[in-house]
Design a protein. Structure first.
Length: 262
């Protein structure tokens, strides 16, 4: 793990895979850390040099005060690329990470070869904003403990939760390790999502991936984003909910393999 200083903001990073290989950058979901990508590392490092990072306010990264925006989260990735001397990379993000990827595809397309955008959405209609207001209130009053059980229920199918008690506890600990002020600030950033109307301008090859039982980024939402993206494609992961890469890692890896040329 390495703390990278982007000029007053330090982001926790991890790099895996062979030197000289093409880069892929992995971006975590809200309430997670770079640990969430553990099921993909051995798979991805067959071809890629993998850069993972904790989004600001998460994991080992700093939690700066003030307003967080999607533009700020997008800028953090470009800052990391510049720090590591990454001229061009592939990118994979899930949920908040996927939303960050959409922003990158729209603002810095020349820096990216391809995008894997998993279990996310591209806009913030009123019910979505209201849901985050409710979540913010709970975290402000009771910390991450107030939402951890509900989060686990939306992240994973019931069958998976019953069969994977040890991993479930690791995920619970990861969520509880998230600082409430960082979580809330990222929620506010998500309330400002406004990429859907611009997806027709995306020029980076993009693969949308979603769990068949994801209620937060429902299959119909993911399909609509893929349809709005020139050349976009949607692949659905059976028997998976919101955090599909952990819920069904083998199926998830298989879904991205051809697109990433693995």
């Amino acid at each position: 793990m390495t703390l990278v200083d982007l000029g007053g903001l330090r982001l926790n990073t991890a790099v895996d895979g062979p030197e000289g290989a093409p880069w892929i950058i992995l971006s975590n979901s809200l309430g997670a850390s770079l640990w969430m990508w553990s099921p993909q590392i051995a798979f991805l490092t067959q071809k890629y040099r993998v850069l993972r990072y904790d989004t600001r306010g998460h994991g080992g990264s700093d939690t700066p005060e003030g307003l967080y925006t999607m533009a700020g989260l997008v800028g953090d990735v470009i800052g990391l690329m510049d720090h590591f001397g990454i001229e061009k990379a592939s990118f994979m993000g899930l949920s908040m990470g996927a939303m960050t990827g959409m922003g990158l595809a729209l603002t810095s397309p020349e820096r990216f070869d391809r995008m894997v955008l998993a279990d996310g959405r591209a806009d913030a209609p009123e019910p979505f904003r209201a849901m985050w207001d409710d979540r913010i209130g709970k975290v402000a009053d009771g910390g991450l403990e107030a939402i951890v059980d509900g989060t686990l229920a939306t992240w994973f199918t019931e069958d998976w939760r019953n069969a994977n008690a040890a991993t479930l506890e690791q995920v619970r600990a990861m969520i509880l390790d998230t600082r409430p002020d960082g979580y809330i600030a990222c929620c506010r950033a998500l309330q400002g999502l406004d990429y859907l109307r611009h997806l027709g301008d995306v020029t980076v090859p993009s693969l949308y991936v979603g769990g068949a039982q994801d209620m937060g980024a429902a299959p119909a939402v993911m399909q609509a984003m893929a349809d709005a993206t020139p050349g976009g494609r949607y692949v659905e992961i059976p028997n998976a909910a919101h955090v599909a890469n952990i819920n069904a890692p083998e199926a998830y890896n298989a879904a991205i393999a051809e697109f990433l040329e693995l």
